[in-house]
Design a protein around this ligand. Sequence first.
Ligand SMILES: C[S@@+](CC[C@H](N)C(=O)[O-])C[C@H]1O[C@@H](n2cnc3c(N)ncnc32)[C@H](O)[C@@H]1O
Length: 285
Amino acid sequence: MTRLGSSSGGTERISPTAHYTGQTWLHHGLSDPALGTSTGRALFYGLAPAQTILSTFGAPTIDGFLLARHQAIDSLLRDAIEDGSVSQVVELACGLSPRGLRFSRHYGERITYVEADLTDMARLKSDRLERAGLVSTTHRVTTVDVLAEDGSECIADVLESLDLDRGTAVITEGLMNYFAQPQAEQVFSRIAAGLSRFPSGLFLSDLFLAGENNNPLAKAFEFCLGVIVRGSVHLYYDDENNVVSAMIESGFTYASAERAVDVLAGTDLRIDPASKLVRIVRATL
Ligand SMILES: C[S@@+](CC[C@H](N)C(=O)[O-])C[C@H]1O[C@@H](n2cnc3c(N)ncnc32)[C@H](O)[C@@H]1O
């Protein structure tokens, strides 16, 4: 596994969406100021008027979508830690997500939390956390390229650094719709193969489905999302059955893909219409 050196924290090769989502978590009280960036603030407050308009017309908002997917994944991860099936977590493409920080603070030494991203982002995050004194023996940041088949930055390499006797979860958030279907399915297979070495394995991910994003509100929302991610969104799978089949084909033994709104049912969290558009994949083996 590639180790991170220290750096000045240059952000030139980091996707703007990671900064935007980082500021969203901060704005909504889910993150730590150590993970805020000036790029994130500029993007977030620049898009605020558009969000207000979407919200006024009852349309899905980017913020509502981001919060729904984040909190739905939190909820399923918490369940797995509480029922004892998971005590190690790898968050791939972590960006400036505060989940590692929040879960490590809450569960302490009960869990090991590894955050991983491409080199520049991993270095930025590691620097920010270290400077704020927020890393520990059970919470660290490393590099990964989920598209690497092998080598020092592949998924298998990151998973091999963990205790093979403990139940393990892999999370991706805001990643899979960047990849075309064949590429995404290779990533699913790599995750399933990596997790098969542990006594229990859980994969959690958000996913937009092609079959559910064709009404006018969803199209308007997809357009806004496309502007932030510079048009590079790929939608595939028509419905939950297609997702489940793809997960089983990838090597998982059980899978579901509930809408975020259903995962969050019964909580007191604000429900944005966007929470109906995004699915949360939960696959185990
Ligand atoms: C939209 S951001 C999401 C960040 C974070 N998960 C969140 O929800 O705030 C996408 C992240 O994916 C990372 N990424 C893109 N391609 C990747 C790859 N091939 N391997 C690992 N990470 C990747 C980017 O560096 C970026 O941090």
